[in-house]
Ligand binder design. Structure first.
Ligand SMILES: NC(=O)c1ccc[n+]([C@@H]2O[C@H](COP(=O)([O-])OP(=O)(O)OC[C@H]3O[C@@H](n4cnc5c(N)ncnc54)[C@H](O)[C@@H]3O)[C@@H](O)[C@H]2O)c1
Length: 360
């Protein structure tokens, strides 16, 4: 019989989505929830009619009934919290970005090797309906040979700069936001060898006394000589989601093309025999499943999909993906992107990994 997994949740802002997912799953039990902010703990307990919370991470770590810790703390704390969870013998689900640099990559690889537990990176976009359908079509070979991938994540996210930790060392639009687009790109083109890019710090970001590039464009070249475009704009007006998806992934192959994105539940395909206009697939009936709270700011359905997948894979003796190694390879591509923006040079991903003696 399949094991039912017990979850402890750390960080109850975005952690709200995984709480909702665990409570609606037959494969999961919610064991406990934790935040430093007691008011928020109480708010979540009321919202979900749940009757346990703690202000101390230690309580989750030492609770023998908890199998898996879900980490939803500020980006800069992920590496520390993942390590603590592994050392306590827990499996880990960690939201994106896995970390804000590769500084602790080897430490985490070692902690994971010792613990023998899984680390799953919650790259939620992979688990949105249209993007899952696109992956299915790709895996079935409908695109033919993949020629190029175009991804973007565009949002006017100046509101985000009101969060205290967006002003602390380690925050960047690249790691916090653009990682969704980078992850989708390398999901399809995993062998990225070289990176070139340009990033602009707009006056809109400077107004918040921040010097993180918010307007970013990159070309990534794969080992096979294929090209990927990744772009993002985070501190300027947008056309709105009716005109342009916030997140978008276009796959062009020898036999067909597809475009999926977020938050619109739409997916366009043009596969052989190709037509003049792409076919539109809509999944509007799933809106309530994906967006359970106010507006479209949270997307709990993606978390539902990833925790179900996590449990199925562990129960089948497989590794939940994307795992720590894959997450670190993606971060190596991002460090190369960062370096290219800074130096104006083409940067090799292998050089990033070699310089840090990371073997993944
Ligand atoms: N699509 C996605 O996958 C997605 C979307 C939004 C946010 N996120 C990620 O989720 C994480 C949290 O984002 P957020 O918007 O909820 O931020 P937030 O600041 O609203 O919430 C973070 C929470 O963590 C708590 N916290 C901080 N340190 C703690 C500690 N040591 N122990 C216990 N609690 C602690 C804070 O009190 C706060 O309530 C970030 O890493 C963010 O990048 C992912």
């Amino acid at each position: 019989m399949s094991k039912v997994w017990t979850l402890g949740v750390l960080g109850l802002g975005e952690g709200r989505s995984i709480i909702s997912a665990a409570l609606q799953s037959e494969k999961w039990v919610l064991g406990n929830i934790c935040d430093l902010n007691e008011e928020l703990c109480k708010q979540r307990c009321t919202e979900f009619d749940f009757h346990r919370y703690t202000l101390k991470f230690e309580d989750l770590l030492t609770d023998p009934s908890i199998d898996v810790i879900g980490i939803y703390t500020p980006d800069q704390l992920h590496a520390k919290h993942i390590k603590q969870a592994l050392e306590a013998g827990k499996h880990v689900i960690c939201t994106k970005p896995l970390m804000v640099s590769l500084d602790q990559a080897n430490e985490l690889l070692e902690a994971q090797r010792k613990a023998g537990k899984s680390v799953f990176v919650g790259q939620s976009s992979r688990y949105f309906e249209p993007l899952m359908m696109q992956r299915k079509d790709f895996d079935e070979g409908l695109h033919g040979e993949l020629l190029t991938v175009d991804t973007h994540y565009i949002s006017d996210s100046r509101w985000f700069l009101k969060k205290g930790w967006s002003h602390q060392l380690g925050f960047s639009w690249l790691y916090n936001f653009m990682i969704h687009a980078v992850d989708l790109a390398v999901w399809y083109m995993p062998n990225i060898e070289e990176v070139y890019g340009v990033g602009v710090v707009s006056s809109n970001t400077k107004e918040y006394r921040l010097s993180a590039p918010d307007t970013l464009k990159f070309i990534l070249k794969s080992k096979e000589g294929k090209c990927v475009n990744v772009s993002g704009v985070y501190a300027a007006p947008t056309l709105g989601t009716a005109v342009q998806q916030q997140i978008s992934c276009t796959l062009t192959g020898t036999k067909g093309i597809s475009r999926a994105g977020y938050p619109k539940l739409t997916y366009y395909t043009n596969f052989e025999p190709v037509a003049k206009t792409a076919k539109l697939h809509t999944y509007e009936e799933k809106h309530g499943y994906y967006f359970r709270f106010e507006g479209e700011s949270h997307h709990a359905g993606e978390y539902q999909n990833y925790i179900e997948d996590f449990a199925d894979r562990l129960n089948a003796g497989h590794t939940p993906k994307p795992d720590l190694q894959e997450g670190i390879r993606t971060l190596a591509v991002m460090e190369a992107m960062e370096q290219s923006m800074r130096t104006g040079q083409v940067v090799k991903v292998a050089d990033v990994l070699n310089r840090r003696s990371i073997h993944v």
